[in-house]
Design a protein around this ligand. Structure first.
Ligand code: ADP
Length: 423
């Protein structure tokens, strides 16, 4: 607008000059003015051209007159655009960090099942490398047949359970969730731990049922015999005695199961001071009662020091170790109890001269219902839960159970406690 006015002003001036002076003066004035106007516009154009090639947010884009308004608008437009881009990039970064922080693996696939993005967990789980594998088909990167057929059948109502080739001991479930049309989001959960717990629970239920079924079957058999047969008093007494033994066996199993469950669900053990000298004496007396003079039971050392913890729990744990020593040591053997306190730890140990245990069984002894010799364990009144209870109770007191044994020579069970558990 301003330039049009300027042109309108120049033309009459040139006419007046041409009229007042020789005509070419007027023409010269008009040409000089137009040239100046052209130079002025060209200069602004070239600045605009330079700036649009590399827009910089600073004061370099300042002009005069109406150019200043145009430059100002461009400047603000560019600035707003940059702010919007920065804001979106920040949000995308936040979103990306949130996906990276997920414990589950996440892979985004495009319409052709090519990898668009995956988080670190997915890289680790599937052996992907986003920098290299972006744009590659997931079917070329994870070639396990069950995965390929799952993706190709495109029925994602149920997740796929996969044991990856690279980590055979792990179990993943893969959910595929369609999004943005036919794009796919793969969510990979590591369910190894949950599967193991579930398996342990199933084994446990099966074991308990099996352990209770045997004495129950025997009991029912005896009851049927009592109902159907005419028996003499001596035979009847004999059957009743056998029934009593089976009932007691079931009672021991239920009692041990209750003890285990009580320890598992109980809050951290209370902190009473346990006089270990007293405890050792009591354990020795109980062992002598169980042994009925068939073994030599010795307390070899008893250092000073009271242990902080639950007396009932620790007594139950240590008594299981001593009882086992008596039960698995043939007549004439020796059972040695010790309570040793060193600057590093405090240890209760039971050494026997019994049957000993082969090395391959040792790591599994504290599993519920695990026995080396089932017949022998049952015959001596064992439930297969004693060491599980002992280990659990010792662990609850921040200790650990050490088992050393040599087949045919004897075993040594040591309950170690940290020194801060001593009074
Ligand atoms: P159980 O009631 O069968 O004794 P435990 O959990 O107490 O169950 O022990 C598990 C198994 O460990 C036993 O069946 C036995 O085979 C073995 N065991 C435990 N203590 C000893 C020991 N002192 N000497 C030899 N074997 C032992």
């Amino acid at each position: 607008m301003r330039h049009a006015l300027l042109l309108l002003l120049i033309t009459p001036i040139a006419v007046v000059i041409g009229w007042a002076f020789p005509v070419w003066y007027g023409w010269a004035f008009l040409c000089a003015s137009l040239l100046c106007l052209y130079a002025y516009q060209s200069w602004h154009f070239s600045r605009l051209d330079r700036w649009t090639r590399n827009p910089v947010i600073d004061t370099s884009l300042e002009g005069r007159g109406s150019w200043d308004t145009i430059f100002g608008r461009l400047y603000h437009h560019e600035k707003d655009l940059r702010e919007q881009i920065a804001f979106r990039e920040k949000n995308i970064d936040l979103l990306r960090s949130a996906v990276q922080a997920l414990a589950d693996g996440v892979v985004l696939l495009d319409l052709q099942n090519n990898v668009v993005f995956c988080n670190n967990t997915a890289e680790m789980q599937l052996g992907l490398q986003l920098a290299v594998d972006r744009g590659q088909s997931i079917l070329h990167l994870v070639r396990q047949p069950e995965f390929v057929s799952y993706l190709e059948h495109a029925d994602f109502a149920q997740p796929l359970t996969l044991r990856p080739e690279r980590y055979r001991d792990r179990i993943y479930t893969i959910h595929i969730i369609p999004y943005a049309g036919s794009r796919r989001l793969m969510q990979i959960k590591d369910v190894t731990q949950a599967e193991r717990i579930d398996q342990t629970r199933r084994d446990f239920v099966a074991n308990v049922s099996h352990e209770l079924r045997t004495p129950l079957t025997v009991l029912i058999g005896f009851l049927e015999t009592l109902q159907t047969l005419e028996l003499s008093t001596a035979e009847r007494d004999h059957f009743l005695q056998l029934m009593m033994e089976q009932s007691q066996r079931m009672q021991s199993i239920v009692q041990d199961l209750l003890t285990l469950s009580a320890i598992e669900s109980a809050p951290p053990p209370e902190n009473t001071m346990i006089d270990m000298a007293n405890l050792l004496q009591q354990l020795q007396r109980d062992a002598e009662t169980l042994s009925q003079g068939r073994h030599r039971i010795v307390v070899a050392s008893c250092d000073a020091g009271q242990l902080r913890g639950s007396e009932a729990e620790l007594f139950s744990a240590l008594s299981n170790l001593v009882t086992n020593a008596v039960r698995y040591t043939p007549e004439g053997g020796t059972i040695t109890l010790r309570w040793d306190v060193s600057p590093h730890d405090a240890a209760f140990s039971v050494q026997d001269t019994g049957t000993g245990i082969a090395a391959e069984h040792i790591p599994r002894l504290t599993e519920r219902f695990y026995r080396v010799d089932k017949g022998r364990s049952r015959h001596s009144g064992g439930t297969g839960l004693g060491l599980a209870i002992a280990k659990h109770a010792i662990t609850r007191h921040q200790g650990h159970l050490e088992i050393r044994s040599e087949l045919g020579k004897g075993s040594c069970f040591v309950a170690h406690f940290p020194i801060n558990r001593l009074a």
